[in-house]
Design a protein around this ligand. Structure first.
Ligand SMILES: *Cc1c(COP(=O)(O)O)cnc(C)c1O
Length: 381
């Protein structure tokens, strides 16, 4: 299957017809346990925390899409993140980009720093900053690109080279780009993390996560943790993500067509001060994104000229739902300053550019003209 193109793998990888019934679609194996012929004599499954055929299909499909050897499904993107950070020991050092997902920051600080993990945050746009932050205790580099919510692009290949030289594991949270637009393993990362809650499932109806790697020893450690800690997705959730992934290529194409339209619309609007979209030539990461991604994605952020208009803007939206999360078929608008990034200390938010006039849009699959009309109304005269 790995010699086949992305769209073919999205529909077929890990999803052969059911060996017992011929069911074309992988069934939802809603069972906690599996009957054995005799003690220890089974067909590869014993207990659904350890392994479940629906989850296995999802894990194999995701591994294929990321070009990795192994996939692991989790109950959330945060559980997937936890399984990766748990590879580290007290006293180890982790270097992260400063614009890391809020929940990931919470795992670093609230769970692992308490137990002796050292964490340094650096400006991801400068590979030299990573180089300076690396020590002989550094075991992991954690990156997101494009970042949330400003959609900055980091040079994954250059940073992966630094990680390799230093003997540390580079992890990329690929949730925003999806494997359709970016494959971090091919750029030198060792582990890819996903919140399948977002584009992979694509329909805003579940919480899920995944990890992909080609490193057998890392896989075995994370697989042990997956089974031991037990934050696994239900067979139904695994099935929903598998179903969502089948349309990932067509959805991503439509998401980014819509996002490009919205970005140009916003750029031309007098009430808008700046637009953040990697597809715009003005975007500082435009060229780099062109080299390491196969498209610009479906997220657009912008700043209003007048912060006083923010409240009016959000109240006036009719099609865009004011909500956290992203990557679903429906358009969402978020105010990072008071919603997704509210827990970050005020001075840090300002330093990151997460100011009160910043708006983040997840451009859905509604008609782009209706979306632009909705924004026009909300931006006011
Ligand atoms: C949502 C998200 C997560 C966390 O995933 P959950 O499924 O909400 O636990 C991690 N990273 C990024 C980039 C996300 O957008």
């Amino acid at each position: 299957m790995q010699d086949k193109k992305f769209a073919t793998r999205a529909i077929h990888a890990g999803q052969e017809a059911d060996p017992v019934t011929g069911a074309t679609i992988v069934p939802i194996y809603a069972t906690s346990t599996f009957t054995q012929e005799a003690p220890g004599e089974h067909k590869g499954y014993e207990y659904s925390r350890t392994g479940n055929p629906t989850r296995s299909a999802l894990e194999e499909c995701l591994a294929s899409l990321e070009g990795g050897a192994y996939g692991l499904g989790f109950a959330s993107g945060s559980a997937a993140t936890d399984a990766v950070v748990n590879l580290l020991e007290p006293g180890d050092h982790l270097v992260s980009c400063s614009e890391v997902y809020g929940g990931t920051f919470r795992i670093f600080t609230g769970i692992y720093q308490r137990r002796g993990l050292q964490v340094t945050y650096v400006d991801g746009s400068n590979p030299e900053a990573f180089n300076r932050a690396l020590t002989n205790k550094t075991r992991m580099i954690w990156l997101e690109s494009p970042t949330n919510p400003l959609l900055n692009i980091f040079d994954l290949r250059s940073i992966a080279e630094l990680a390799q030289k230093n003997g540390s594991t580079m992890v990329v949270d690929n949730t925003f780009a999806t494997p359709y637009l970016q494959n971090p393993l091919a750029l030198g990362a060792e582990i890819v993390v996903h919140s399948t809650t977002k584009y992979l499932n694509g329909h805003s109806d579940l919480i899920g996560g995944a990890v992909v790697t080609s490193n057998q020893s890392l896989y075995e450690k994370m697989s042990y943790y997956q089974n031991a800690a037990g934050a696994v997705p239900s067979p139904f959730d695994a099935w929903l993500v598998l179903r969502g992934i089948k349309t990932l290529p067509v959805r991503m194409e439509a998401h980014q067509r819509g996002a490009a339209d919205i970005a140009s619309f916003l750029l031309a609007h007098p009430a808008v001060a700046s637009v953040y979209y990697p597809g715009l030539k003005e975007h500082p990461g435009h060229q780099l994104a062109g080299r390491q991604m196969r498209g610009w994605g479906g997220m657009v952020s912008f700043k209003l000229e007048d912060p006083v208009r923010v409240d009016y803007f959000f109240r006036k939206l009719k099609i865009f739902a004011v909500a956290e999360s992203l990557g679903g078929v429906e358009s969402l608008a978020c105010h990072p300053y008071t919603m997704t990034h509210a827990t970050i200390p005020e001075d840090k938010r300002e330093a990151l550019g997460i100011t009160p006039e910043l708006v983040r849009l997840s451009v859905g699959l509604e008609d782009p003209e209706d979306l632009a009309d909705d924004l026009r109304e909300a931006l006011g005269a």
